[in-house]
Design a protein around this ligand. Structure first.
Ligand code: ADP
Ligand code: MG
Length: 238
């Protein structure tokens, strides 16, 4: 259903190639984390899965369908950004329901889907508030809520916790994992935080300068890193 296949994907900005043939097979329901130093191409790859960047070469499949030429709105995905990108003039409820409204989902159904996502996220008593009256963690949950209400096949996260303080980051990690256990939605999650990757991922994809260095479970990468770069990045002594 929500499997994502990335096959020899390349990306050029003008004459500059920033992804040099990336292949990753993501199983339905898997939680995969892309890690690597700043500028290695994580966000670019995620944005290509979302349809926010053209694909220069190769193929991306979602749920068995090649999506290279599909507009973002026609892909069964929902993306959560670092900046949350909440609408300041809309309440929590309106923020969470907005994409459904655009998709002409009936009002009653929007209300029901927002209520159920709000319950999952502990936002029931905040539905009438505006984003400026929320804490960082609550804003992050609203951004998650906007993704959850759409019940997509795939969640895409780009450094969703990097604006939070350390304590909240730890709490939100476990909330995101709990939601993943509950919903089993295939998740592709970008971070440059090794601890986040090691504690949250089913599998980690280590990227470097537009290439995949290694793909494996946290334990695989820790025990048998392919090279010093992976070892250094993951923090194993090898
Ligand atoms: P990461 O998310 O891993 O930090 P990015 O995917 O944002 O990396 O960027 C990968 C490379 O592509 C970087 O060298 C970056 O400067 C370049 N890049 C990203 N977006 C653009 C753009 N719109 N135009 C030109 N170069 C870009
Ligand atoms: Mg990035």
């Amino acid at each position: 259903m929500g499997a994502v296949t990335i096959r020899d994907v390349r990306k050029n900005y003008g004459s500059l190639e920033v992804l040099h043939g990336v292949s990753i097979d993501i199983a339905d329901g898997e939680f995969v984390i892309l890690v690597g130093p700043s500028g290695c191409g994580k966000s670019t790859l995620l944005r290509m899965i979302a349809g926010l960047e053209d694909i220069t070469g190769g193929e991306i499949e979602i749920g068995g369908q090649v999506v290279n030429d599909l507009a973002p709105k026609d892909r069964d995905i929902a993306m959560v950004f670092q900046s949350y990108a909440l609408y300041p003039h809309m309440t929590v409820e309106e923020n969470m329901g907005f994409s459904l409204k655009l998709a002409r989902v009936p009002k009653d159904e929007i209300r029901a889907r927002v209520a159920s996502a709000a319950e999952v996220l502990g936002l029931q008593s905040y539905l009438e508030r505006y984003p400026r009256h929320l804490s960082g963690g609550q804003r992050q949950r609203v951004a998650m809520g906007r993704a959850i209400v759409r019940s997509p096949q795939v969640f895409l996260f780009d450094e969703p916790l990097s604006n939070l303080d350390a304590k909240l980051r730890v709490q939100m990690r476990s909330e995101i994992k709990m939601n993943h256990r509950r919903l089993s939605t295939t998740t592709v999650y970008v971070t440059h935080d090794q601890i986040e990757a090691m504690t949250m991922a089913d599998r980690i994809v280590v990227m470097r300068s537009g290439y995949v260095e290694q793909i494996g479970s946290p334990l695989d990468l820790y025990d048998t890193p392919n090279n010093l770069f992976v070892a250094g990045f993951i923090g194993s002594p090898a």
